[in-house]
Design a protein around this ligand. Structure first.
Ligand SMILES: Cc1ncc(C[n+]2csc(CCOP(=O)(O)OP(=O)(O)O)c2C)c(N)n1
Length: 564
């Protein structure tokens, strides 16, 4: 018995012990990128036949590959340079603008990027209106140059999209600066970084003093019985509902202006803190040991609205209301639709990504099965393929492919993964408003530029087959998907057809022969807004909406929908 125990004992490091535990728990796919002090975890795991272990090309890719095999904008993708930019400081004024999306109107998550400012130790300004946004950006440049730091300005959707008259001024002529070689400041090796780290803390002390004297933080004394500490758009909402109250309007919120808060508490009897999303200001006040009233935690989720404020003041909880919104749907004639129709037909598991094509997840299509973050359509494919082995396809838009898809594709090839990725190439960034990207060969100014050739990049990444197909040719598309999906090769289909919003041409609608219609409604399964069921159970084609893409014809086995 004693012998057995000794036999089952292994001398393991923490890394190895952790890896061993994971192995014993049945781990199947492990992905990582070398980095002290964790590299040995994967090295240890790679020795087990049962574990599909891989060095991925970076930590982000590794995370997604591993996560997808097991089963959520912008600023966070830039966290790596962001964190260290606080250390290097800036050569000239440098502003980071982040627009948060409370209520998740158009994002994959709801994040309060004010927290990032604190983590990165970068000063944060919160304007409440478009005019303030203009004023604050000027102040931000001043702060950035005076304190040698990036400055974050945080907007939210309502401030970003609201319009108001804003005073316009003259452009200042600024002398160009030389780059001053300063290796201890700009080369962040540990020894230099450590010294800069000390600088950051001293800078924060000076910034706090500046914040406390800044006109961006304003005390408005009216009724001294009730007061609000608030920032951003919330200031306007509270002001609308409680115009007679006193206010500490915070515009420079990190480092927090403690002295102003203490002064406000001395002058006002009952103080409420109202802010959108996370309790960012609240926490600073708690640290001061000051007694105040805050919103119920249920109000941390979603947008604030003026009408919520009295309920918050009365200590009420948020009641989630059923929102009446238009069902999102792919446009009539959208080239993405046929790809999803085919994938659904062959019952493929589809790892998806972020773009118009994410709408392929909604019923009745229901043909996109994952969407995490940009680039994950490909990396999730890898993990999923390694877990399921067949009938898996990854889809990604052309813009997203360029954003963060390419590293994942290289990772597939490097790690010898076989299967099918479909690039939904509508030659634009449709979802966010039709912006160009490198593969369109056009700049933001509408000038032509070097065009990224998607086919070439795929081959360069190590893809075996690249097929370029017009997805409106449904038969060809279907054949190609069926051929490639389970082949012992890494394939990319570039499904290329211009976004409907950029296509002026319109073909004639199909002809509907009601006498041949068997009322199976398969044509409605493509979720085209141009097709609806009439009161008497027939099909109506809205010729205003129909673009003549003819996908519905493909769905009709009874030839009730034809070209002539
Ligand atoms: C990290 C991150 N950056 C930006 C966005 C905003 N965004 C959503 S989808 C998308 C790209 C969509 O373009 P594409 O991939 O070409 O697909 P399409 O909408 O044209 O079908 C962008 C920029 C986001 N959601 N996440």
């Amino acid at each position: 018995m004693e012998q057995k125990l000794i036999k089952n004992v292994m001398l393991l490091s923490g890394d190895e012990a952790l890896a061993r535990g994971a192995y014993e728990e049945g781990l199947v796919v492990a992905a990582s990128y070398p980095g002290t002090p964790a590299s040995e975890i994967l090295e240890y795991l790679s020795k087990f036949e049962e574990v599909d272990a891989q060095w991925s090309i970076n930590e982000k890719v590794a995370f997604e590959v591993a996560l997808s095999a097991s089963k959520h904008v912008g600023l966070n993708v830039a966290m790596d340079p962001l964190m260290t930019s606080a250390y290097t400081g800036v050569g000239a004024g440098f502003i980071i603008v982040t627009a948060d999306d409370p209520g998740i109107h158009s994002s994959q998550n709801e994040q309060d990027n004010r927290l990032i400012a604190e983590v990165a130790k970068i000063p944060l300004l919160e304007p409440s209106s478009p005019s303030e946004a203009k004023l604050f950006v000027k102040e931000a440049f001043k702060i950035s140059e005076a304190f040698d730091t990036p400055v974050i300005i945080r907007l939210t959707t309502r401030i970003a999209h609201t319009k108001e008259n804003v005073e316009i001024g003259e452009r200042k002529e600024v002398a160009q600066k030389e780059f001053k070689v300063d290796i201890p400041k700009y080369v962040m090796v540990p020894k230099n970084a450590y010294k800069r780290r000390l600088e950051i803390e001293k800078r924060l002390v000076r910034l706090k003093e500046y914040s406390e004297n800044s006109s961006l933080n304003r005390i408005e004394i009216n009724d001294k019985k009730i007061g609000f500490i608030t920032s951003g758009v919330s200031y306007l909402y509270v002001k609308e509902m409680y115009p007679e109250a006193s206010f500490l309007k915070i515009g420079f919120s990190f480092p927090f202006p403690e002295a102003n808060a203490i002064e406000f508490f001395r002058k006002v009897k009952k103080v409420f803190v109202i802010e959108e999303l996370e309790p960012f200001l609240e926490r600073r006040l708690k640290e001061l040991g000051i007694k105040f009233k805050a919103k119920h935690s249920s109000y941390r989720i979603g947008e604030l609205r003026p009408e919520y404020i009295p309920n918050i003041v009365n200590g009420g909880e948020k009641k989630e209301e059923a929102s009446i919104t238009r069902k999102p749907v792919l446009c009539p004639g959208c080239p993405h639709r046929s790809v999803f129709w085919v994938l659904k037909k062959i019952k493929a598991v589809v790892t998806g990504d972020i773009g118009c094509y994410t709408l392929g997840a909604l019923p009745p299509l229901g043909a996109l099965h994952t969407c995490l973050c940009m680039g994950a359509g490909i990396t999730f494919f890898e993990g999923m393929k390694k877990a399921l082995h067949k009938n898996v396809a990854g889809v990604i838009g052309d813009s997203t492919f360029v954003h963060t898809g390419i590293p994942g594709l290289i990772n597939l090839a490097y790690n010898n993964t076989k299967g099918l990725i479909i690039i939904l190439d509508n030659s634009t960034t449709a979802m966010t408003g039709n912006q160009p990207h490198p593969a369109t060969g056009v700049t933001i100014k509408g000038e032509s530029t070097k065009k990224l050739i998607l086919e070439d990049i795929c081959y360069s990444c190590g893809v075996d087959n690249v097929d370029v197909i017009n997805p409106h040719n449904v038969k060809e598309l279907e054949e190609c998907i069926k051929k490639r999906i389970n082949e012992n090769a890494l394939s990319v289909i570039i499904a290329r057809a211009v976004c409907r919003l950029n296509e002026k041409k319109k073909d004639s609608p199909p002809v509907y022969k009601k006498e041949d219609c068997k009322r199976c409604y398969l044509c409605l399964s493509i979720d085209c807004p141009a097709l609806t069921k009439t009161k008497d159970g027939l099909i109506n084609i809205n010729s205003e909406l129909c673009t003549g893409c003819n996908l519905c014809i493909e769905t009709c086995c009874f030839k009730a929908l034809t070209t002539s």
